[in-house]
Design a protein around this ligand. Structure first.
Ligand SMILES: Nc1nc2c(ncn2[C@@H]2O[C@H](COP(=O)(O)OP(=O)(O)OP(=O)(O)O)[C@@H](O)[C@H]2O)c(=O)[nH]1
Ligand SMILES: [Mg+2]
Length: 409
C-alpha cells in the first residue's frame, strides 16, 4: 500500500471499532470491492487506500482502517497504531459509532483534538442485519451529544444514506481545507514574475517538479507574466526583459545566482519559502530557523523527510544541509534522518527539527508534525527556511504573511 498522502487530494478516513462496517462503507462509497469485508472482527489490518473522484468533491483518497479496539494477540496494538497514524494527513474523518463507550469517546476526542472535522455515522444495516431500533436511537443520541451534530445514517449494503454522507463531507470542506494560494499577497494581476529553476541532476528527467508546475499554473491564473530560466541564465534573462520583474521566485539552491541577478526594487523569495507557508506554518518555521543560533558542536538535529525515497548523491536533506550545519556548528553534531512514517513521537532528544518541503503531502500532514514539535517545545523549521538562514539571506527575502492563528505564541 502506498502510505503517501498525495498533495492535492482530499483525504477522508473511516474510523470505528471492529465489525462496525467500515470496510462495507468504503466499498459502498467507492462502488467497488476496495476493502475486504467479513463478519470476523479484525478483518482490516493495515490501512487500505483508494483514490477516486467524487462529483462536487473532486479528487479524494478514502482510507479504511483497522478497528481501534483491535486486541489481536501480538499484532492488535500495531494495527491500532497504524489506524492512529492514518489520522496524520486526514482532512475529514468519518467515524462509525455503535457502542457508545469510552473508547469511541476517546477516539472522537483524539480526532477533534487534532482539529480534524469528524462526521458521525451510524450503520443502520450493521453486522448481521439491523440493530434493534432502540439501540440505533440511543447511539444516535450519544453521537449527537458528543459531536454536536446529528449523525448521518447509512446502510452500506443498500447504499442508503451515501448521498447524505457526501453532502456532510461537502459541508465540512471549508473547515478541512483552507484554500490557500501559493503566492498569496506577493503578486497582483499584471505582475511580471521570474522563476529561477535549476534543472540539475536531481531534477526528474523530462518534466518539472510539482511545486514549479503549481506555481506557474497559479501565476497564469492570476494573470501574471511568467518568465522561467535556469540558475546560470538568471542575469542574462533579466537583461533581456523590457520591464523589471516585480518578484523573483527561485529554487533555494540557486539563491546566490538569483540574488546576484536581482535588480534594485525587485522582491525575491523562494519556492521552498512559499511552500513552507502553503504547506505549513511560516511563523513557526521562521522562529525555528532563528533557533539555529543556539546550536553547537554537541547539538542533535532531526532531518525529517515526508517521503521514503532512495537518497541521491547530492541529496539536500542527507548531504547538503548536514554539510552546511557541520561546517557552521562543528563536526561533532549529531544529525539523524527520519523518512516517511518513521517521524518519532518523542522528539525530546532534539534541539531542532528541519522538515522537507513536503511537496507530495497535504498541509494537514505537515501541521500535525508542527503541532507535535510545538507541544514538546522543540523548534521546527523546513529546508528552504533553514538554508535561507544558514546562507544569511533570510532577512533579505520576502516572506508570505502567516495565516491567522499560525506562528509561535
Ligand atoms: N446486513 C448488513 N450487514 C452489514 C452491513 N454493514 C456491514 N455488515 C456486515 O458486518 C460485518 C462486518 O463488516 P465490515 O465492513 O467487514 O466491518 P469492519 O468495520 O470493516 O470490520 P473490521 O475490518 O474487522 O474492523 C460483515 O459481515 C458485513 O457484511 C449492512 O449495512 N447490512
Ligand atoms: Mg474492515
Amino acid at each position: 500500500m502506498n502510505q503517501t498522502p498525495s498533495a492535492e487530494r482530499l483525504h477522508i478516513t473511516v474510523f470505528g471499532k471492529r465489525n462496525t462496517g467500515k470496510s462495507s462503507l468504503i466499498n459502498a462509497i467507492t462502488s467497488q470491492e476496495t476493502s475486504l469485508v467479513s463478519d470476523m472482527p479484525g478483518t482490516t489490518t493495515d490501512p487500505v487506500r483508494k483514490a477516486m473522484e467524487i462529483p462536487g468533491l473532486g479528487p479524494c483518497i478514502f482510507t479504511d482502517t483497522a478497528g481501534f479496539d483491535d486486541d489481536a494477540e501480538g499484532i492488535g496494538a500495531g494495527r491500532v497504531w497504524l489506524a492512529a497514524k492514518a489520522m496524520d494527513g486526514t482532512d475529514i474523518a468519518i467515524m462509525i459509532f455503535r457502542d457508545c463507550d469510552p473508547e469511541e469517546k476517546e477516539w472522537y476526542g483524539r480526532l477533534s483534538g487534532k482539529g480534524i472535522p469528524v462526521i458521525p455515522v451510524i450503520n443502520t444495516g450493521g453486522p448481521h442485519g439491523a440493530h434493534p431500533q432502540n439501540d440505533l436511537a440511543r447511539t444516535a443520541r450519544y453521537a449527537e451529544s458528543l459531536c454536536k451534530e446529528k449523525p448521518v445514517t447509512v446502510n452500506p449494503l443498500t447504499g442508503e444514506g451515501i448521498e447524505n454522507l457526501f453532502s456532510a463531507v461537502l459541508h465540512r470542506l471549508p473547515d478541512a481545507t483552507s484554500h490557500r494560494s501559493i503566492t498569496g499577497g506577493l503578486v497582483r494581476e499584471g505582475d511580471t514574475v521570474m522563476l529561477v529553476m535549476p534543472q540539475d541532476s536531481q531534477a526528474p528527467k523530462g518534466r518539472l517538479i510539482l511545486p514549479q508546475v503549481q506555481t506557474i499554473r497559479e501565476l497564469l491564473d492570476r494573470k501574471c507574466t511568467v518568465v522561467c530560466c535556469t540558475a546560470g541564465d538568471a542575469e542574462k534573462t533579466i537583461g533581456r526583459l523590457s520591464v523589471r520583474p516585480d518578484l523573483i521566485i527561485t529554487d533555494s539552491q540557486a539563491f546566490p545566482e538569483a540574488m546576484a541577478a536581482k535588480p534594485e526594487g525587485c522582491r525575491i523569495t523562494s519556492f521552498s519559502v512559499l511552500f513552507a507557508a502553503y504547506k505549513g506554518d511560516i511563523g513557526t518555521f521562521t522562529q525555528g530557523a532563528k533557533a539555529m543560533e543556539r546550536l553547537n558542536d554537541s547539538s542533535r538535529v532531526l532531518i525529517a523527510e515526508a517521503c521514503t525515497h532512495a537518497p541521491a548523491a547530492e541529496d539536500i536533506g542527507r548531504v547538503k544541509i548536514p554539510g552546511m550545519l557541520r561546517r557552521r556548528f562543528g563536526q561533532g553534531m549529531r544529525i539523524d534522518t527520519a523518512s516517511g512514517n518513521d517521524f518519532p513521537q518523542d522528539l525530546s532528544a532534539y534541539d531542532l527539527i528541519i522538515h522537507c518541503g513536503a511537496c507530495m503531502f497535504n498541509r494537514r500532514y505537515v501541521l500535525d508534525r508542527i503541532a507535535s514539535a510545538r507541544r514538546q517545545g522543540i523548534p521546527i523549521t523546513n529546508y528552504g527556511i533553514a538554508i535561507a538562514w544558514l546562507t544569511g539571506i533570510l532577512d533579505s527575502i520576502t516572506l508570505p504573511e502567516p495565516c491567522p492563528g499560525e506562528g509561535p505564541e
